[in-house]
Design a protein around this ligand. Sequence first.
Ligand code: SAH
Ligand code: SF4
Length: 427
Amino acid sequence: MNVADSNEIGRHLKAKGLVETQDPQDASIYLVNTCTVRQHAEDRAFSEIGRLGRWKAKRPGRKVVVSGCAAERTKEYLEDRFPFIDLVVGAKSIENFNEIAGRLLDRRATDEDLDYAVPAVNEKVAAFVTSMRGCNYSCTYCIVPYVRGREIYHSIDQILAEVRDRVSEGAREITLLGQTVNSYRHGQHRFADLLRAVAGIDGVERIRFISPHPYYMTDRVIETMATVPQVCESLHLPVQSGSNTMLKSMMRNYTREHYIALAGKMRQAVPDMTLSTDIIVGFPGETEEDFRQTLSLVEELQFDWGFVFKYSAREGTPAAELECLPQQLIEERHQRCLELVDRIALKKRLDLVGTIQDVLIEELGVGRTRTNYKVHVRRESRNLESAGRAQTIKYMFGAKRKPDRAQPQQTKRKPARSASPREAQAR
Ligand code: SAH
Ligand code: SF4
């Protein structure tokens, strides 16, 4: 969601004549798009902003813009602590960013302060399109409804226009985004209609969506996934906990049994589908037995991969009023759960050895299977590939390659998380 918001903000700035740069020393505007879902994310954003005081002082006219969820939650604090910030745009205002950015650019001291150039074209092969914003749920641990507000749905026409724009810029895969993306409704249209409409656009070869909520995984959505060829065989369906007591206390609106039955139905309808999830460990009141219920759910459902989060109390949420478990216990459960999730993920990945997969190349040497495994393509095969060319390649699991001196840019890049269960090599 934040990546999509950053892209959207970037598009507004590009439309005003700015070009993107990866080098802060070249930049005239530094945008920090923040997340506040967990404390850790917010802390990282604040330390990044702290460093920008010196960056700004180096050249007159530079602007610091802070956007996103943490900006929404802590606007006054940010303006007090970092007086050099020029503009704080909360997550609820991202839809109006165009107008807000116009005001920021109008406030520039002189034309020389900002570098102008022709608008850049974003040639991303896999693009995100926001179909709804906000969330009507009240999961007791979650800050999102407070910082992003209630659900607003974009019209199908607006979404399709955006999909066409992304396709004309080079996209072949579209990921629809929303906090409960499958609760989409606009007039008569529901999420299944949206999937079909996007699939009807020329040039869209793959469709994904995040994050669906189990409650809205209706038979119509399942049937659409099973029958519309563009919809990929991959579902990220956050479960959060395997204990009914915890699910109730989190106000997740489904039970363990409901989730298990749904996963079974999905796998039956879409047999080669990968199923992944989010889990929170150490929610207030979680007993060893509750935690074991989560481990047993993971064992039972054999998720293809999963993200395991340590519970983080967010001020203003109902769960923040409850007594926290000792941090050491949370850490220990996190480790235990992660080990199990990653062990199963590795086993699943090994099952792919020797299978034939359709890989869409997103950038040189890296692509994705329909089931959402990231694949590193060996150099020998690279003469066949170019970004955006889907290929049928043989998926071979192998040891990670050592850094290649002939390609120094690869050694500089942030290494993929070693535990990442979705990465493999192919040739
Ligand atoms: N709207 C999505 C989730 C958005 S937040 C959904 O309902 O599925 C992404 C993930 O962050 C959540 O699935 C949850 O696992 C995790 N998360 C959210 N709030 C958290 C908190 N306070 N502490 C720890 N993890 C949290
Ligand atoms: Fe947060 Fe729950 Fe809404 Fe997801 S569904 S954004 S976890 S409140």
